[in-house]
Design a protein around this ligand. Structure first.
Ligand code: F6R
Length: 606
């Protein structure tokens, strides 16, 4: 996480950098800062908290200069304070911004302090600035300095450095953290992603891991870490939708919840072949060769993978292992029996997921990136891409990306099942018809805001909640619990309903809210019995259910009814009230819905 930007050219760079940072605020909002080189002096502005605070500082006290770098921070090492905000300047000679973690910063810092360097922050990042000062003191030029610094540091990084002695160059490097370089008519730019540069240029090139670059106003030179010149392709990125606004909604999250009919429709269109049938954009032979799938993802995307396991195993009879990406490669997994890894990521940048996917690739699995951001690192590195078309998701809590992922995943399951001969064309077409009706069903479910409002009003006072689901609604229960905790800071856990009696039922006490999901499927009666058991022990049941599943409910519950939906697609439709409940509870509680505390949208540290 953290967003970094830089500009070098012939116009005042501070406003450009601030605009670029606004496009990156999803990467962290603990603090921010910009430094410019005005002549031979650094001029630095930093502010704790959201970018509006930096904006206010800059309005009061503007920056001049045509070379500069900026940062928006998600704190890792060192608390949230102005002192720890980037950019960091060492000896008034080098300024740096960094996204990632320098894992061996302690010995480097100790060595430099021993040599007389004075550190001004608690961050790991500051060592970079001092390492450059040390290199320049030894008479090295920017390219040699970069090689020396890269040889010494370990960890994940995308960083940019500017130096008083070399005012015509921004030095940048990356390993594992994303970095884009933009080439414009009036100068050159750097950013954590191409969207950050969309107001400046569409001509972009991406560094590979261990590359470094010297970015000048009129172009860029790229090198491997040992100084060998390298070529990286320049691409023209799609026109940006511009600075995205809330479109009349109070929050991006509210807007994005309402965008789900379109997100589903567009994602389904992306999985529909020229013949109007479901397609996974692979040949029949390629699909037939898939024999065991590892799904790699984090957070909400991981829950999407868990729902998909039910679909892929149920329809395509293909074994699926759902892995928490941050755990996968570190346990040296046995990959025998798996041919394919699917990395699921809204941002396409989650470092855990990227590293897990790389590991799967090294183990010989073919990799598919299921991402929402075109051109993201996972999309670029995967052997094949299955895109979701949810549009930019700005709210930190994922909503429309999740239902778009589910749409792509069920389409993939259907295509795989048909290619392998486990369902016939007629069954595939029936599911396709049902999928095409989904945007309408989801649209109807969006009418539930007013019904859910008083339920959320009561829920906001809870200290703890339990979410229950069975079958493929179990992962939706976990997703619901995640949404509630991250938005409203109320403790919430998702359990498989049938598992309650094996322990968690001890948690049930008078008035404990139990949010339960129920579809009209073969598990309905068993799941309803599990809820009765919770109700009998004092649990206050909030039931989110298909209209056919509520008919036989004979225990007290606040009922949120969704239109009848084929059980196969229930996870997608039942997700909508789950999201609305979390949104309205947070709204009532007054938390920051779009930027909840401690979180960031794109998680590029391990
Ligand atoms: C929760 C949420 C996160 C992300 C997770 C993975 O609402 O958004 O749990 O799902 O950080 O992010 P991506 O999908 O971008 O890899």
């Amino acid at each position: 996480m953290c967003g970094i930007v830089g500009a070098i050219g012939n116009q005042a760079c501070s406003p450009l950098l601030l605009d670029a940072l606004k496009r990156l605020e999803y990467r962290g909002y603990d603090s921010s800062g910009i430094v410019t080189l005005d002549g031979a002096t650094f001029d630095l502005r930093r502010a704790v908290g959201k970018l509006v605070n930096l904006d206010a500082v800059l309005t009061q006290n503007p920056l001049s200069g045509t070379v500069g770098i900026g940062h928006t921070r998600w704190a890792t090492h060192g608390g949230v304070s102005e002192m720890n905000a980037h950019p960091h300047v060492a000896s008034d000679r080098v300024a740096i911004v960094h996204n990632g973690i320098i894992e061996n910063y302690r010995p480097i810092r100790a060595r430099l302090i021993e040599q007389g360097h004075t550190f001004a922050s608690d961050t790991d990042s500051e060592v970079l600035a001092h390492l450059f000062v040390e290199a320049f003191d030894a008479g090295l030029d920017p390219s040699q300095a970069m090689q020396k610094v890269l040889a010494e540091i370990r960890g994940a990084y995308a960083f940019a450095a500017i130096a008083q002695d070399f005012p015509d160059v921004i030095m940048v490097a990356r390993n594992a953290s994303p970095l884009a370089i933009g080439l414009g008519d009036d100068g050159s730019y750097i950013g954590s992603d191409a969207t950050a540069l969309a107001h400046l240029t569409r001509k972009v090139l991406y560094l590979k891991d261990h590359d470094y670059a010297l970015v000048r106003a009129d172009g860029v030179d790229i090198f491997l870490s040992d100084g060998t010149p390298a070529n990286r392709e320049t691409v023209i990125v799609a026109a940006s939708p511009g600075m995205i606004d809330k479109g009349g909604y109070r929050h991006f999250m509210e807007k994005e919840i309402h965008e789900q009919p379109d997100a589903i429709l567009n994602s389904l269109a992306g999985m529909t072949g020229d013949d109007g049938r479901i397609s996974a954009k692979m040949s029949r032979e390629q699909l037939q060769a898939i024999d065991g799938i590892v799904m790699l993802a984090a957070g909400t995307s991981h829950y999407a993978s868990q729902v998909a396991r039910y679909w892929i195993e149920g329809l395509a009879k293909t074994p699926v292992s759902c892995e928490i990406a941050s755990e996968y490669h570190y346990r040296n997994p046995v990959t025998t029996g798996f041919t394919t890894a699917i990395a699921i990521s809204q941002s396409g940048e989650s470092l855990d997921t990227l590293k897990a996917m790389r590991h799967a690739g090294l183990c010989g699995l073919s990799t598919i990136g299921l991402v929402n951001v075109e051109g993201s690192t996972i999309a670029r590195e995967a052997d094949a891409v299955l895109p979701t078309h949810a549009g930019p998701e700005i709210g930190v809590a994922s909503t429309k990306a999740f239902t778009a992922q589910l749409t792509v995943l069920i389409s993939f399951a259907v295509a795989l099942a048909e290619a392998k001969g486990h369902i016939d064309a007629a069954r595939a077409d029936t599911i396709h018809d049902q999928l095409q009706a989904l945007p309408g069903l989801v649209g109807k479910t969006l009418n539930l805001f007013d019904h859910i409002r008083p339920i959320a009003h009561q829920l906001k006072n809870a200290r703890s909640t339990i979410y229950l689901g069975r079958g493929h609604l179990f992962p939706v229960a976990m997703e619901g619990a995640l949404k509630l905790k991250e938005l409203s800071y109320i403790h919430a856990e998702g359990f498989a309903s049938g598992e309650m009696k094996h322990g968690p039922i001890a948690l049930i006490e008078d008035d404990l809210p139990v949010v339960a999901l129920l579809a009209a499927d073969e598990l309905m009666e068993k799941a309803a019995s599990n809820l009765k058991e919770a109700s009998a022990r004092g649990g206050r049941i909030i039931l989110i259910a298909d209209e056919r599943a509520v008919r036989d409910i004979d225990f007290e519950a606040d009922i949120i009814t969704v239109p009848a939906v084929d059980p196969l697609l229930a996870p997608i439709v039942l997700t909508i009230p789950v999201q609305i409940l979390a949104y309205l509870t947070a709204l009532d509680k007054g938390t920051d819905v779009d930027q909840p505390r401690n979180l960031a949208k794109s998680v590029t540290v391990e």
